[in-house]
Unconditional design. Structure first.
Length: 228
């Protein structure tokens, strides 16, 4: 299972990653300004990165996953996001708790990009860390999702609780769909089709209402098989 979830042949882990950052990019585009997917970071010109400078990403062509304005501060404040989806079935993770794994992944992203974003771009940085079966980091990522739900609820005049549930449900289906693809998808570079097709867009009021009974059953069974 660990090999299936991480094997780069066929690009399935990259598709899983893109599934998540495209989803958040779409939501941010509804409520924020100047949203960009895979923005390029400003090249370094002799700057000395403080803090975690030794482990920072100094590649002149470095990119992050998403950037947007007016997420945390005023309408002109820019925030960069980097998405990381990991699987805890890796042998090196077996002895660690899930909370410690979330913290480790967040710290690794901050070491790579935070100082460069702060010192060179004069913006803020938020790592988005998710477990491949649907869990999210309880610190940064949960806070970001709640903030996004608050902004969407205000714009659409919808209840905050309903909006938050809608975001989490769509995110869970995106991660499950991508995990199923990694487990059952073909490794051929010529095709990336999967045996199960779940809808990308779900109803705002009833996130699972448009799924057929068969689709719901199959998705639930596969998710439980993967978890246990």
């Amino acid at each position: 299972m660990n090999h299936a979830m991480n094997c780069p042949t066929g690009g399935l882990p990259s598709v899983r990653h893109n599934e998540v950052h495209d989803y958040f990019g779409q939501l941010l585009n509804e409520v924020c300004n100047d949203v960009q997917i895979e923005p390029r970071l400003q090249p370094l010109d002799g700057e000395q990165l403080s803090g975690h400078g030794r482990s920072a990403n100094t590649d002149q062509e470095a990119r992050l996953d998403i950037s947007a304005r007016s997420v945390w501060g005023g309408r002109f404040e820019k925030t960069f996001f980097d998405v990381h989806v990991f699987t805890a079935t890796s042998p090196s993770y077996v002895s660690s708790s899930i909370d410690s794994l979330y913290r480790r992944q967040e710290l690794d992203k901050r070491r790579q990009y935070e100082q460069r974003v702060l010192q060179v771009k004069h913006a803020s940085f938020t790592p988005i860390v998710l477990f491949c079966s649907g869990g999210v980091s309880r610190i940064t990522t949960t806070t970001f999702i709640k903030r996004l739900a608050s902004m969407l609820a205000e714009k659409k005049s919808a209840p905050y609780s309903t909006t938050l549930n809608w975001i989490r449900t769509r995110l869970s289906f995106a991660l499950i769909r991508a995990s199923i693809m990694c487990l059952r998808g073909t490794r051929s570079k010529k095709s990336s089709s999967t045996f199960l097709s779940l809808p990308r867009k779900l109803s705002w009021e009833n996130p699972i209402g448009r799924l057929s009974r068969e689709q719901r059953s199959i998705a639930l069974l596969l998710f439980l098989c993967y978890m246990y």
